[in-house]
Design a protein around this ligand. Sequence first.
Ligand SMILES: [Zn+2]
Length: 233
Amino acid sequence: MTNYRVKVSNRAKHVSLKVTPTDGLVVVVPKGFNQSLLDDLVASRQAWIEKTLRRYKDFSFQEKEATLPDEICLPALGESWTVELIKTDASTVRVTVPQDAQLRVIGDIDNKPACQKALRRWLMRHANTQLLPLLDLASKETGLSFRKATIRGQRTRWGSCSSTGAINLNFQLLFVTPEMAHYVFVHELSHTVHLNHSKHFYTLLASFIPNYKAIEAQLKQAWRSMPVWLQQL
Ligand SMILES: [Zn+2]
């Protein structure tokens, strides 16, 4: 599952993929092109896309103006956090939680990228303590066990599962609905039985989530509703 923008071009004769430092993956399509084919096309170029995105990762943010959120909503957990900025003489930036539903960004707050990175680190920690127990719960409900689980910051995947039963979950799952997050948990847990997207895999998945297709489609769209300030990192 890959995050991309679609650009319709009057001049383009073919579909082309390009990766830019500011926009990430852009799919240029000729006018009138059937866009329902794009997911498969993007999936088939996954290796190239990930390689190219990695190359840009380090300087993708520098040119862009940073904006900071004054509120962070985490639908997966039903949480909403206010964000308060406090300037100090510190040369670094850190995030504290003075009380529930309240975040404080403290330090060199004029350094916006540093603030964004500090918030991102907090989101990773929060995902660690809040999303992983939900994966445990899904594991108990389905009877599918895994070896270990880690929160990651992948750019193009919601989750993954290795042949050794190690599950990686994207911290950005915090920003999807509980139903969508649960789908990803069960999807990755089902990979502990079938390490592919075969018919058997989907039969198993459907036994837990009969309407999985609709949720899968929502998840593909969900990349586009991730907070903009997070995408600029
Ligand atoms: Zn899968």
